[in-house]
Write a protein that binds this ligand. Structure first.
Ligand code: ARG
Length: 703
């Protein structure tokens, strides 16, 4: 017997499954046998008494889960952090455990109200490193961890539980003597798994399978080289033995019905972590920041999105203030404290929160942190990565609106500190100062009034990714927008792929250009080649579009066209010489609509106009996009995504593709202004032109 070790247990006099607070209890209410439970508990008690000193806390009537003393609190030395149960079904146990700790001379620490922490069920000392593994996600709050670190002066590593069957850390995680670890990896998120792998070398990790996990194989009591647990599989028993442990099985099926087993039924009350006296332990790596959100937080669903994204990323929050505003049109304000188990996760959370308009509010100054660029084309680590939304950076107390807003860029501040510009990595030069971190950065959302927000959303985005049935409706709306943009001298940019030609859409696109709807045309080599092939030879990739059949030798047509245009020297010259007489490119030339053709690895030729220098092509594209009111993306995943990346929020994007995946990808930018249409692009263009003609002269258009 290891006499110096003390364990606390509680006899199952009042044990029963009375309610459901975890998935194991479902279907088991009043289904456990008291007699068998007593017998199993006695057996466990007997086994443990042979190994350690066991003390008992008197069971209290009406608190059936009190047998699970692991949840009484967390003990280290002469300190005990009392549990604060999440569920009211167990909160009544707290005073009994508190009285017991006090009667034994422990200094009892109590967490603030409403900050749940379920004791040693969710907090386990590593058996060699002396740090504390603390679980959160179901029962205990991440924000309780810093208290543990402070009160117990121990390093806390937070692990996020993601499978509700393993709602307490000790149901899926068991540190063993000599730095071994018995655990079930899928119960944790990937960040936590990485943390575990960084701390515990591979040869000490005993990762178990689901079949073993669901019999609570991880819920073991480890005393030196003994592990006491419910019955487990022979295979696992062998593995644990191979690691040098003596497995003692004792059936605990009655307690499994309440979601507990050996470890849950015990609390180690003498805990002296081996390295706990380390002088400079990192007190806790849980970080906290305070952000503010304003707007129609409830109507727009922003508050839900904000809180969800915090927990989805493994963080935790506390709403410090929520002011709904008094009038119907008033905006609301929320002040939220966000915590995250590591700096990296905090960065992720902040990035996403700022994207939906949150502003960090917890520093004396609101200035952004700036760091110099030390090498051309390379940003400092931690540089703020821009989004599509209008962004302000605070420099010397002044909020500067970023120029050239686009996503995936760095924010560079001019030497005089007066302007902020989104710059691609490759455009950064030594001497630029770049915003790092998230302080002093805010994105700006349109301050729409409540009603208009709804209406806009309905009329445009409401269509979402549409099915065929809704195409006509969407086309009507788009035609209306096109008409307005043209009439007010706005800018429509079209990006398109060769499918426009193959599906018979070229004459319609040509119409749009001719009628002044299009101010800029973006595409690749292929759209221009096939468009001119069609206008000069009547085929598109060798297929006669009028008859729908391949023309003999037609597969060479496109090369002949390329060759001819190369002879003329440019598309403009080919048009002027009369080689190209109709079509998209023809109309561009004739109507002075600028076009950029961006090359790619698969291009034949290319045409003399195709820009094969990709950086240059990107630059030219973004130049064309500047000032656009709307971008019509027609059946080109490559060009559409390229364009999407350069486009700030506020520019309406219409993405038309027969492939729903492309459409979803493009319209998924979270911005209200993008809409996807899943349909044949030729059909779409023909409907669009028809609708525009209708708007021109409603009477004369024949059906
Ligand atoms: N029915 C109890 C609950 O859901 C079981 C507790 C198990 N304890 C543990 N340390 N895992 O709270």
């Amino acid at each position: 017997m290891t006499a110096q070790l003390n364990y606390l247990m509680c006899a199952p006099d009042h044990y029963d499954v009375d309610y459901v607070i975890n998935p194991w209890m479902e279907g088991n209410v009043h289904k456990s046998s008291r007699d068998r439970a007593v017998e199993q508990w006695q057996k466990l008690y007997g086994v443990l008494k042979g190994l350690v000193n066991v003390e008992l806390v008197p069971p209290a009537k009406g608190w059936p889960d009190m047998v699970f003393t692991a949840n009484a609190g967390l003990v280290l030395g002469d300190k005990a952090v009392l549990s604060r149960f999440l569920h009211k079904e167990r909160q009544g146990e707290e005073p009994y455990f508190k009285a017991w700790f006090e009667s034994k001379g422990f200094t009892v620490f109590e967490l603030p109200k409403d900050l749940p922490f379920e004791g040693a069920g969710d907090a386990l000392f590593d058996r060699s490193g002396g740090w504390l593994w603390a679980g959160y996600g179901f029962r205990s709050e991440l924000d309780a961890h810093p208290y543990l670190a402070k009160w117990l002066n121990v390093e806390v590593l937070s692990l996020r539980l993601i499978d509700n069957r393993f709602y307490h850390l000790d149901t899926c995680f068991c540190p063993l003597t000599d730095g071994y670890l018995l655990y079930y990896p899928p119960a944790f998120d990937s960040y936590s798994n990485r943390l575990i792998e960084m701390r515990i070398p591979a040869n000490k990790r005993i990762a178990i399978e689901e079949a073993d996990a669901v019999t609570f194989s991880c819920n073991a009591v480890n005393v030196d080289r003994h592990v006491v647990m419910n019955k487990i599989s022979d295979r696992l028993k062998q593995r644990i033995s191979d690691a040098g442990f003596n497995v003692i099985e004792t059936p605990l099926t009655e307690f499994l019905k309440a979601g507990g087993a050996a470890k849950c039924l015990t609390l180690r009350t003498i805990e002296v972590p081996i390295a706990s006296e380390l002088a400079n332990v990192e007190p806790s790596i849980v970080e906290a920041r305070i952000v503010e959100l304003t707007g129609h937080l409830l109507d727009s669903g922003i508050i839900n999105r904000a809180l969800d994204l915090v927990t989805d990323n493994g963080g935790s929050f506390q709403v410090l203030e929520f002011n709904l505003g008094e009038q119907r049109q008033s905006t609301s304000l929320a002040k939220i404290r966000i915590s995250a188990p590591s700096h990296d996760l905090m960065e992720t959370i902040m990035g996403e929160l700022i994207e939906i308009g949150a502003v960090l509010q917890d520093r004396d100054t609101s200035d952004a942190n700036l760091e110099p660029v030390l090498q051309d084309g390379v940003a400092p680590d931690d540089f703020y990565v821009s989004t599509i939304y209008p962004t302000d950076a605070c420099v010397d107390g002044e909020w500067l609106r970023c120029k050239n807003q686009r996503m995936d860029a760095a924010i560079a501040i001019s030497p005089d500190g007066k302007t902020a510009t989104c710059k691609l990595l490759r455009d950064l030069v030594v001497g630029d100062r770049v915003v790092v971190g998230y302080d002093g950065v805010r994105t700006v959302r349109k301050p729409e009034a409540r009603d208009t927000a709804k209406k806009e959303e309905f009329s445009f985005m409401g269509a979402g990714v549409s099915s065929e049935r809704r195409v006509e409706l969407v086309v009507e709306q788009i035609a209306w927008e096109l008409r307005q943009i043209r009439d007010r001298g706005g800018k429509l940019v079209v990006s398109c792929g060769p499918v426009v030609v193959h599906t018979g859409g070229a004459p319609h696109l040509a119409y749009l250009i001719r009628e002044g709807y299009v101010q800029s045309m973006l595409g690749g080599n292929a759209i221009a080649v096939h468009d001119m092939e069609q206008s000069s030879m009547g085929t598109s990739l060798g297929v006669d579009l009028k008859r729908g059949v391949s023309v003999k030798g037609g597969h060479r047509h496109h090369l002949k066209v390329i060759n001819s245009v190369r002879r003329y020297g440019s598309i403009h010259k080919a048009v002027e010489a009369g080689f190209v007489k109709t079509g998209v490119m023809y109309e561009c030339v004739k109507n002075d609509v600028p076009f950029v053709l961006a090359g790619s690895i698969r291009d034949d030729g290319p045409l003399p106009d195709t820009v094969m220098d990709l950086l240059e092509a990107q630059r030219l594209y973004s130049e064309q996009i500047r000032g656009a009111d709307m971008i019509l993306m027609l059946s080109s995943m490559l060009h559409s995504i390229g364009v999407g990346n350069m486009t700030p929020a506020g520019v309406k994007m219409v993405c038309v593709d027969i492939n729903p995946a492309v459409v979803t990808k493009l319209s998924d930018r979270g911005s209200v202004e993008s809409v996807g249409v899943v349909t044949d692009v030729g059909l779409f263009l023909s409907l669009l032109v028809q609708q525009l003609k209708k708007l021109d002269s409603p009477v004369s258009v024949a059906v």
